[in-house]
Ligand binder design. Structure first.
Ligand code: URA
Length: 203
């Protein structure tokens, strides 16, 4: 990532879309990805929840707090990573996005991955893991694994993780989640910067 961080992402922002009738109905707004477009690390969640729908930013509710804390523990700052979702509109009653909705939004995710060309993609939960790998995933068993997946026309390194919310429902998942995010920091080199100064954990 450049020292300043490149945040000019107008080309990646979806301004209007009517492809998924149920999501058009349930959303208040489209929630685009945030963070530098030259980030080494890209986190991919499932889709916006109520808080994200209200704020217009991914992972700002309780799941976001868990993610932010894990990033800090791993020596990373939220501003240094990019965070996005498989679908950009809140599904009704927070249900999982349907296959056609994931497919409708896939082009936006591919464009984001292609533009960032990140060192590492971290999938937060079962839905993004299965979506990017194109196979079924037992996320509790496979969390922490690094696999290759073809995304945006290239083989990408993908680190599988449980969803941050899983640590709220099941405290026993917390340690594993923190270890996975720490692994993400180590594998990507994110946060080290050219002079190693921005790894918060080093201070
Ligand atoms: N859960 C997700 O998968 N994405 C968000 O943005 C928030 C919660």
């Amino acid at each position: 990532m450049s020292e300043e961080g490149d945040t000019l992402d107008d080309d990646l922002r979806v301004g209007s879309c009517e492809r998924c009738p149920a999501l058009v109905e349930s959303r208040s707004r489209i929630v685009n990805g945030v963070g530098p477009t030259d980030a080494d690390l890209l986190f991919v969640g499932e889709g916006p929840g109520a808080n994200e729908d209200e704020a217009g930013e991914p992972f700002v509710g309780r799941s976001g707090d868990v993610l932010d804390e894990a990033l800090r523990d791993g020596g990373l700052a939220r501003k240094d990573v990019r965070i996005t979702n498989c679908v950009r509109c809140r599904p009704p009653e927070n249900r999982d996005p349907h296959a056609d909705e994931l497919s409708n939004c896939r082009g936006h995710l591919e464009a984001e991955v292609g533009r960032l060309d990140p060192e590492l993609i971290v999938t937060l939960g079962k839905v993004p893991s299965e979506h990017l790998l194109g196979r079924s995933v037992s996320i509790t068993a496979e969390s922490g694994d690094v696999v290759d997946a073809r995304v945006a026309s290239e083989a990408r390194r993908v680190l599988l993780s449980v969803h941050p919310a899983a640590t709220l429902y099941d405290r026993s998942q917390r340690e594993g989640f923190l270890a996975t995010i720490e692994r993400a920091a180590d594998l990507s080199g994110a946060g080290e910067g050219s002079d190693g100064q921005s790894r918060l954990g080093e201070f």
